[in-house]
Design a protein around this ligand. Structure first.
Ligand code: FES
Length: 87
């Protein structure tokens, strides 16, 4: 049985497979995407809680000044556990 992580956004809870990218869920939440490579910054989301459950920042995110609380949805994966985001 596949393990599931939980993403909470605007009071709703979404189960996604562990180690999955946030992109697909964020597309469903109407986050806009552009370059999909961490350069344009259009897909920026806020991490309210559970930032430790996301993978490490990519070099592209670091170069554009992102931190554990502000990520690009096209660049992050949820490892496991619960992450509370704002889009
Ligand atoms: S789509 Fe360009 S940074 Fe995510």
């Amino acid at each position: 049985m596949k393990k599931l992580a939980t993403i909470i956004c605007e009071g709703k809870s979404y189960d996604v497979p562990d180690n999955s990218e946030l992109r697909s869920l964020c597309e469903d939440l109407d986050v806009a995407f552009g370059c999909s490579a961490g350069y344009c910054g259009i897909c920026q989301i806020e991490i309210l809680e559970g930032e430790e459950n996301l993978d490490e920042l990519t070099e592209a995110e670091t170069d554009l000044g992102m931190d554990r609380k502000t990520r690009f949805a096209c660049q992050c994966k949820v490892k496991s556990g619960t992450v509370h985001i704002r889009v």
